[in-house]
Design a protein around this ligand. Structure first.
Ligand code: AKB
Length: 316
């Protein structure tokens, strides 16, 4: 049975991952941590929770040691759009937090997971069928930190034997906790707009395709990779994974099957549009499929049906 410490546990991935890990491994075996003091009381009511800043290596170490965890899932990081506004902070948090968490994993001999992103690619990367091993010259601070992070995880595996694993996530779509500061956030906001106002104004231009994935597929991918036979993992940090590729007009067309009056407008944000244009349109997940059996269940149609249903219930 695993005992897992999760950093960034109150974020978009963390809030659903902690719940799923607790269903899988037991509530007491998943220690949620985050820097957000405002939500601590609510989080504590659901299971073990500790406040910690990922910049505080000693703090992460003492939580990992006290709870005798065997795994760290390190999620805390600034997303792409936020990182472009505060690049220095993004470098410090994304790289500083990662090396602190890796160092704790090294000293305590823990298994380790951290997400990379399609943001680890850049304009010179092939746009379609983006291979697992290809040119990675990102032009964003987020992308820089993700490539460096992938290499740092490789280094900790090769040099110190840390069982580090990772995924290059596409835009993640979920209804439980809001994303914050990402370029792909529109793919969540569009569903809220559809349910609340039958309309949405997109900051990403028509015709800009990016890889996407519904959160349950992302959670399954994390757990399957962490459970996978290490001998099969040729690319531990980090695997391309995608469920579908879509642009704003594709989401709108699918939403209109349920809400025919839905209208999509555009007010393009140059910062996020530039980031989106520097990323691939559709990556190739075959290394993940071949090495540890990655599968996704939700295409755009299934994601749209479920997002609209769940958000309608949530908003009453
Ligand atoms: C972002 O948009 O920054 C993230 C990502 C694709 O890594 N959702």
């Amino acid at each position: 049975m695993k005992k897992i410490l999760v950093t960034g546990a109150l974020g978009q991935i963390g809030s659903e991952l902690v719940e799923k890990l607790r269903e899988t491994y037991g509530t007491a075996n998943v220690i949620a941590t985050d820097i957000r003091a405002n939500d601590a009381a609510l989080a504590k009511a659901k299971g073990p929770f500790e406040l910690v800043d990922v910049m505080d290596e000693a703090g992460i170490f003492s939580i990992a040691k006290n709870y005798q965890v065997d795994t760290i899932i390190h999620l805390a990081s600034l997303l792409s759009a936020k990182a472009e506004i505060t690049p220095r902070l993004a470098w410090n948090v994304n790289m500083g937090g990662l090396i602190n968490a890796l160092q704790v994993a090294r000293v305590l001999d823990l298994q380790f997971f951290t997400p990379s992103s399609i943001g680890a690619f850049g304009p010179s990367t092939p746009k379609y069928h983006t291979p697992q091993d290809t040119l990675q010259r990102p032009t964003t601070m987020y992308g820089l930190s993700k490539v460096a992070g992938e290499l740092l995880c490789d280094y900790y595996f090769k040099r110190y034997g840390v069982d580090s694993r990772g995924l290059r996530f596409p835009g993640l779509i979920s209804y439980a906790a809001p994303p914050g500061g990402g370029t792909t956030d529109y793919a969540v906001d569009i569903y809220y707009g559809a349910v609340k106002e039958q309309a949405y104004t997109s900051y990403i231009a028509e015709g800009t395709a990016m890889d996407m994935m519904y959160m349950p597929d992302a959670l399954n991918a994390i757990i399957t990779l962490m459970e996978a036979n290490p001998e099969k993992l040729m690319h531990r940090n980090a695997y391309n994974v995608s469920a579908f590729s879509a642009g704003p007009e594709d989401f709108a067309a699918m939403i209109r099957k349920y809400i025919p009056t839905f209208t999509l407008n555009f007010e393009v944000d140059p910062i996020r549009q530039n980031i989106a244009e520097s990323w691939p349109n559709a990556i190739d997940s075959s290394a993940a499929v071949n090495e540890w059996g990655f599968k996704s269940k939700y295409d755009l149609a299934k994601t749209t049906k479920e997002m609209l249903e769940k958000i309608s219930v949530k908003l009453g």
